[in-house]
Structure formats: structure tokens, C-alpha cells
Design a protein around this ligand. Structure first.
Ligand SMILES: [Zn+2]
Length: 496
């Protein structure tokens, strides 16, 4: 009865959609699978998808925008939900999300949606993250109401898109190189000889057995990983900012060192035998780091605005200082247990989140850093409108690291004082910083920063009137920037 696979798929789609829809009109679909722009017609004269597009190649950190051009002949039509069906490596992935959009009669309307990163594996309903890889958008089903009836229609698409890793850009190089050469047989010192730089590296040749001392510097206005490389047989010592911090590289190797200071000075010391040569480079390769997070939410928006607006502010600070972007993936609603103890609530949220997503062992894995059990998610943000023992907290092992942070509306430790919306980003930023091992700091002991806590009610009042409370400022201390950059690096590979 069915000659072609395309018709079989179409038939299967119609049958499966009939099971979930209220009413149907006959329709014909024209598919052009080679293109990401597809003309589709629906011949019941009520609703057409005139065009769909997703940019073919996407960078991992960018939003994935689905653009739909719709045409409706209904007098009044409101879109209520979209269901997307994707495949990745032969796996079928499904996502449903609510929308609320009104279409005008007899007009083309283009609507754009940021495709959520959290899909569900159609075979086992487990969470699937839309991260790097090749995807085919197979079909879109729209749910809408025109009069009093909800209707759903499916459109076959067949366009593909590709999500690729962020490129390395803006390579900064060591500058103002100077060198000294010391003749090991006579002790004679030759200063400031001319150095030629090829691309980003410096090659040194020894005419006699020598010690070389090279100096260079780099200006860093945010925290960065400096890549130190040496290619040659001899061990090379890199001293940073004249401190005892030394990186020793043995034959032909490199190391990435987190650094932050307006002028970071390097001194490179090595010995060469006559006829030997060695190549050195000091580079800051910039590459956007992308971390994916999920949200477990207990009525945050009863008192506060959409948490993604708050996270956009937090993203701004992290982008500026760490070149990192937190990409929202999925939100689930959870119910707090009847307790004011924040750690108890967090463990309950971790369990409910894990169950809802079908994570391994049906719970969020609170082990440090990026965990295989969390199916591609890097960290979990737990938010609640409730007043708990603390405003926020991270749970995990202080020495090993964290991957879960909580933020709540009020703190019993602060006599039940409730947070104002204006300060929510500071709370989020403070707790997320803890996840990356930034410690609490205290008024009077350290300069003011996002990590500074006031120890007494008097300090709270004086900090707020001076504008130096952690709720009013967003800076980190230089030493915490370096600590955090090293912890963020740990999230870039699986820890188990
Ligand atoms: Zn803290």
C-alpha cells in the first residue's frame, strides 16, 4: 500500500498526531529536504506555514532561532504551543513548549522562537541537550485555538542545522621582549640583544653554552588563561610577576595558567648548550566558554521577575571577566518540602529535577563539576520564593567543587528579611561564584566585593549606606578571579 518511505513516515505522523488532536483538516505538504528554508503549504485554507528557517551553522553559545512565517485565514487565531521533532545521530528528540501569539487574518506573520536546549529522547523520555552536533528538524506541530477549540497541526520540514564549538579568537601575544645571555664558561653577560619574533614565538640559538633570561609582558583586563609554550630539549622556567610562582616546562610542552593583572610580567629562564635552540611563546587564546544550566523552580516568579532576566545580568559579569556564557537549558517546577532548612530543600529539589528529566539514578549528581549523570548539564540552579535558613548556598565538597547553587527569597539568618528584585542578580552572582570556589569574604577583612558578607547588623547598615554592600556591587577580588577561572576550567571536561 505504501510505496515510498516518505509516505510511510507521513502516514505514521498523521496517525500519531490524530491521537493527540481534537480536530483535523486535510492537508498536503511539500517538502524540500535539501534546504533549511522550506516552503510548506497547508491546503485547508485556514493556516499555512509559508516558510521556516534555522540558520544552518550555529555557534554553541548563540541562541538557536527558529523563524516561522505563518498565514492564517481565521478571523482570530492564537498560537498556544509548538512541538518540535529533531533527530541527532538517528535518535528522535522531542520538545514541547508553550507560546502565546496572536495571528492577524489574511496576513503573513513571521514569528521567531529561541529553541529551548532541553529536549526529550522520544524512545525513553530522558533529557537530551541540544549542544554541539548535527540535527535535522523533521517536523513542527502547532497547537492553536481559533474559536473555542484547540487544534493541532503538524508540518513536515526536513531541514538540517549544525551546532559547532566556539572559535578561538583575539589571540593576545607577549610583547616588549628583552633578553640576556650569560656565557657559562666566562660568566660574561650580554644584555638586551635584539630578538626577532616570528608569528607568536621567539626562537633562541646558542653559539656557546649559555643561560638565557627572557622577559615579556601582557596586559590583561580580565582573567585569562595564558598559554606558555616551549619547544626544545631543555627545561624552561617561567616566573610570573616576579613572584615565586614558577611553571617549569620540560621538553616541548605547554601549560595554561590563569592570570589577572593589568600588566602581567614574565621572566623565562633556561640553559642551552652550544648549537642548541629553543622556541618560546606566551599567548592568550580567547575562546568563549559555554556552560549549560537547568533551573529547579519553586514559585520564584510569585515575587521576582523571570529568572532568565536575572541570569542575563549575571551572564554579563561572567562574560566580561571570564569570557564565559551560561546557556539556559531547561526549567522544571518543584515543590519544596515543609522545612526551612535550605540543604534539605536543595536535596529534595535535586531529586525532583533528576526524576523529571530522567537523569541517571533519577537525581541530580551533586558530585563536583560536570558529571556524566547530568546528561550534558553543567550546573543546577535552585530558586524559590520561600524564606529559608539562608538566602543561598552551594552543596558539595569544599575541596572538590560544586555544581548546584540555590537562591531563595528570604533568609531566617537575616531575621526573615526578604530580598528585593534589584538585588537578585547579586545573590545569584554570589552563589554561582561559590560554585567556582570563590570563598566568603568579610567586611573589615577584605576590600568590598560580591563575596563580602557583613558580620553584624551594624555593618549591614553601614555597608549599605556606603554603597559597598555585596548587594550593591558586582566586582570580584583579583585573587578570587584566578581561583574561579581555574575552577571554571574543571567544568570543561567530565569529572567522572
Ligand atoms: Zn556566601
Amino acid at each position: 500500500m505504501f510505496q515510498s518511505p516518505v509516505i510511510r513516515v507521513l502516514f505514521a505522523t498523521i496517525i500519531s498526531l490524530l491521537l493527540i488532536t481534537v480536530s483535523w483538516g486535510a492537508f498536503i505538504i511539500i517538502v524540500s529536504p535539501q534546504s533549511s528554508k522550506t516552503d510548506i503549504k497547508l491546503l485547508d485554507k485556514s493556516l499555512f506555514i509559508r516558510n521556516t528557517s534555522i540558520q544552518n551553522t550555529q555557534l554553541e553559545g548563540n541562541n538557536i532561532i527558529l523563524s516561522l512565517t505563518l498565514y492564517s485565514t481565521y478571523y482570530s487565531l492564537s498560537l498556544r504551543a509548538i512541538e518540535l521533532n529533531l533527530t541527532k545521530n538517528g535518535k528522535s528528540l522531542v520538545s514541547n513548549f508553550s507560546i502565546n501569539f496572536h495571528l492577524q487574518k489574511d496576513k503573513n506573520t513571521t514569528v521567531q522562537y529561541n529553541i529551548p536546549r532541553g529536549f526529550s529522547d522520544a524512545s525513553n523520555h530522558k533529557f537530551m541537550l541540544i549542544d554541539k552536533g548535527n540535527y535535522t528538524l523533521n517536523s513542527i506541530a502547532l497547537r492553536y485555538n481559533s474559536t473555542s477549540v484547540y487544534t493541532s497541526k503538524a508540518f513536515l520540514i526536513g531541514s538540517s542545522f549544525n551546532i559547532i564549538g566556539e572559535p578561538i579568537s583575539q589571540m593576545q601575544r607577549g610583547s616588549l621582549w628583552t633578553a640576556e645571555q650569560i656565557d657559562l664558561s666566562t660568566g660574561k653577560r650580554i644584555s638586551n640583544f635584539f630578538l626577532t619574533m616570528k608569528e607568536s614565538s621567539i626562537k633562541i640559538n646558542a653559539d656557546f653554552n649559555s643561560t638565557f633570561i627572557l622577559r615579556s609582558q601582557i596586559n590583561l583586563t580580565s582573567v585569562n588563561f595564558v598559554k606558555l609554550s616551549s619547544s626544545g630539549k631543555s627545561p624552561t622556567n617561567f616566573f610570573i610577576n616576579g613572584s615565586s610562582a614558577v611553571v617549569t616546562l620540560n621538553s616541548s610542552s605547554s601549560a595554561n595558567v590563569a592570570q589577572f593583572s593589568n600588566t602581567t610580567k614574565f621572566e623565562v629562564v633556561f640553559n642551552l648548550e652550544k648549537g642548541e635552540s629553543l622556541t618560546i611563546s606566551i599567548l592568550v587564546p580567547k575562546q568563549l566558554i559555554v556552560l549549560y544550566y537547568g533551573i529547579a523552580d519553586d514559585h520564584w516568579e510569585t515575587n521576582f521577575e523571570n529568572p532568565l532576566i536575572t541570569m542575563n545580568l549575571v551572564n554579563k559579569y561572567f562574560k566580561e571577566w571570564f569570557n564565559i556564557k551560561f546557556v539556559f537549558s531547561i526549567k522544571i517546577n518543584f515543590v519544596s518540602p515543609s522545612t526551612t532548612n535550605l540543604p534539605t530543600m536543595m536535596l529534595s529539589a535535586a531529586k525532583q529535577f533528576g526524576e523529571a528529566l530522567g537523569l541517571m539514578n533519577n537525581t541530580w549528581d551533586i558530585g563536583p563539576g560536570k558529571r556524566k549523570g547530568n546528561l550534558g548539564l553543567d550546573f543546577l540552579l535552585i530558586i524559590s520564593n520561600k524564606t529559608m535558613s539562608n538566602y543561598g548556598m552551594v552543596l558539595g565538597d569544599r575541596n572538590a567543587g560544586y555544581n548546584m547553587a540555590s537562591n531563595v527569597g528570604g533568609s531566617l539568618n537575616a531575621r526573615g528579611f526578604r530580598l528585593a528584585q534589584d538585588w537578585a542578580d547579586n545573590l545569584f552572582q554570589h552563589e554561582i561564584s561559590h560554585m567556582f570556589n570563590a570563598p566568603d569574604r568579610y567586611t573589615g577583612q577584605d576590600p568590598p566585593s560580591i563575596m563580602t558578607k557583613s558580620s553584624t547588623p551594624e555593618q549591614v547598615v553601614s555597608d549599605i549606606s556606603a554603597g559597598t554592600s555585596w548587594l550593591q556591587i558586582n566586582n570580584w577580588l583579583p585573587q578570587d578571579l584566578v581561583t574561579m577561572a581555574n575552577a571554571i576550567k574543571e567544568f570543561q571536561t567530565y569529572q567522572n
